[in-house]
Design a protein around this ligand. Structure first.
Ligand SMILES: Nc1nc2c(ncn2[C@@H]2O[C@H](COP(=O)(O)OP(=O)(O)OP(=O)(O)O)[C@@H](O)[C@H]2O)c(=O)[nH]1
Length: 524
């Protein structure tokens, strides 16, 4: 292969008069860095008979356009992925030009190539049968990748609506922009003639979609890694990069300049490096989400480095890249979707644990003060609405302070725990028991009148008084002072508790270890 760094009129080139001005190019890839049309000369090293039905292929063309003069043909064949020069008879894998007379070794084929972006275009010759066979594989692979991403995008919509989590919107935006970018650069977009006409050959659109994908995925990953809290300094760097990307996004709309692409690549490098560093640090700190990010990014990162090497011509262009790169996008989307769902589950577990802690008292397992008050409020509303009876029992351990002072807090804790356990064992399943204060316990007895409630209270008192508590091998006498009150018509929670509390203190005042009702004092 050889290249001419000029664009003379075709007649001059085709006569071979300028052949000595062409410079040889190694490998089999057209890699056009100039934005001006340039001439290429391809010379076969062996004969290819016309019977093989040979076709010249220019792979992964994206926006590149080629005019091809095959031997013996006075007029060129024009080929492009989009526009009037597109050939719908073959897939978007390559620009295909028939070589109906076959190829004779040493005979030149001239190409005039216009490349609006710097992307390598490997060249090969295949039989028509091979073109069709490989086209089928190409379409199957590309469809699998794009369909996977589309399914992930649908799932992201479902999760966004179902779970109500904003980060799914960023994931959705990332996927949509990536699908757009891939189908634009891969040529699938031409299946929609309207879209193809509208944006098909505009280099700004690819850049724009690439930037949107990058911006959305950066936002998503920063949220996902919880960077603002865990690594605020890296977050600031990511914010600066995001602002730069936003600016580039606007600029890329205004100008098709290559500079935008160059700067965008630089920002991409910085932001990728930052997020990569953040996820490595996260992994060292055993942050679950960081493992997911690393898992999803490593293949993409490795392929991006490989691609840069190709673009820098450090190594030849690999044909599998046009499948591996999109597949890594789909893989990353899948891993992140799983990772995000895992995070949602973790959040739910945390929330459940927090709610469990807020509802139950850790030491005794009884309801917390907030929870027992809430239940009492509901029970009172029900009792008033359905004209049913409701009573409460309020008890306090006698001389509990002494236990703490003489035997220590640990024994005191165990004392409290056993008393509440015994009390709960004497209650019905629908009675509710909560720790109201330090050693004060409130019991709600639905559908219960004062007389019956006094019986329950007496039962509780004797459950503690009748048998000493066994703690750490020692036996401890314990007793309860109890107040009972039945809900009166129109009475609210505070008034009811106040009456039960008053009765409790009446029990204390009368010598402890006894049950009192809202009015009278009952002796043990
Ligand atoms: N071990 C332990 N002690 C607690 C806990 N919560 C409160 N207390 C203690 O319980 C004691 C409550 O004392 P009071 O009810 O005021 O007095 P008392 O000694 O029980 O005397 P009377 O109630 O008058 O019979 C205080 O010494 C608190 O420090 C707890 O969770 N664990």
């Amino acid at each position: 292969m050889a290249r001419l760094d000029a664009d003379p009129v075709p007649a001059e080139v085709l006569t071979g008069a300028l052949d000595n001005q062409f410079s040889d190019v190694e490998g089999q890839t057209i890699f056009e860095t100039s934005r001006q049309p340039r001439w290429w000369r391809l010379v076969a090293t062996r004969d290819i008979p016309a019977a093989d039905d040979p076709q010249l292929l220019l792979m992964a063309p994206y926006l590149n356009e080629a005019e091809v003069w095959t031997p013996g043909e006075p007029l060129p064949v024009r080929r492009a992925l989009y526009g009037p020069a597109a050939d719908d008879a073959v897939s978007t894998r390559a620009l295909v030009v028939a070589l109906p007379r076959g190829v004779v070794a040493g005979e030149p084929i001239y190409l005039r190539v216009r490349a609006p972006t710097t992307l390598p275009m490997p060249v090969s010759v295949e039989s028509m049968a091979d073109v069709h066979r490989k086209d089928l594989t190409h379409v199957a692979l590309r469809t699998a990748v794009l369909a996977t991403m589309a399914v992930l995008a649908f799932l992201a919509v479902g999760f966004r609506v179902g779970v109500g989590e904003t980060s799914y919107t960023y994931l959705l935006l990332t996927l949509i922009a990536q699908i757009g970018y891939l189908s634009l650069t891969g040529g699938e977009l031409r299946m929609s003639p309207v879209l193809a006409d509208l944006i098909g050959s505009d280099p700004r659109i690819g850049r724009l979609l690439g930037l949107i994908a990058l911006l959305a995925s950066t936002h998503f990953l920063a949220f996902y890694l919880n960077l603002s809290e865990r690594q605020p300094r890296l977050m600031r760097l990511v914010e600066v990069c995001s602002a730069a990307m936003g600016l580039l996004l606007l600029v890329s709309l205004a100008t098709p300049s290559e500079m935008v692409g160059g700067i965008a690549n630089l920002v991409l490098l910085v932001v990728t490096g930052t997020l990569f560093l953040a996820s490595v640090v996260g992994c060292i700190e055993r942050q679950r989400s960081a493992f997911f990010v690393l898992l999803s990014w490593l293949p993409m990162f490795a392929l991006a480095v490989w691609r840069v090497g190709e673009l820098q011509e450090w190594w030849p262009v690999s044909p599998w890249m046009q499948y591996a790169f999109p597949a890594s996008f789909a893989g990353a989307g899948l891993v992140l979707m799983v990772g995000l769902t895992d995070k949602m589950q973790q959040l739910r577990r945390d929330r459940d644990r927090a709610s469990q802690m807020a509802t139950y008292d850790k030491l005794t397992g009884a309801l917390s003060r907030v929870a027992i008050e809430e239940r009492l409020r509901d029970a009172i509303d029900d009792a008033h609405a359905q004209r049913r009876r409701l009573s409460i029992v309020f008890f306090d351990i006698d001389r509990f302070k002494q236990i703490n002072d003489q035997h220590g807090h640990r024994v005191g804790d165990e004392f409290l725990r056993i008393i509440v356990l015994r009390a709960r064992n004497r209650l019905r399943v629908y009675d509710m028991c909560g720790r109201y204060g330090g050693d004060e316990i409130l019991v709600i007895l639905p559908d219960t009148g004062l007389g019956e409630a006094m019986g329950v209270a007496e039962n509780l008192r004797s459950a503690i008084d009748s048998r000493p508590l066994s703690i750490d091998g020692g036996l401890f006498e314990a007793s309860l002072s109890i107040g009972v009150a039945e809900l009166r018509q129109g009475e609210g929670m505070s008034a009811l508790i106040e009456r039960a509390d008053g009765a409790l203190y009446a029990s204390k005042a009368a010598g402890r270890n006894r049950v009192s009702s809202g009015h009278a004092v009952a002796t043990a």
